[in-house]
Design a protein around this ligand. Structure first.
Ligand SMILES: [Zn+2]
Length: 51
């Protein structure tokens, strides 16, 4: 589980937008890219994102 403080410091690497946690994915509120979470660690890489 990802804690809220960590989520608050994360930003979308593509657009620097705010992100939110949605069932096992980090979703950018701005551009909608989805980043995977592996072993509880968000993978904030544009190459790993699904749009
Ligand atoms: Zn974004």
């Amino acid at each position: 589980m990802i804690d809220k403080e960590l989520l608050e410091i994360l930003a979308c690497p593509a657009c620097k937008g705010d992100v939110e946690l949605k069932t096992e994915k980090i979703v950018c509120k701005n551009c909608g890219k989805k980043y995977p979470v592996k072993d509880g660690i968000p993978i904030m890489l544009i190459e790993e994102a699904e749009s």
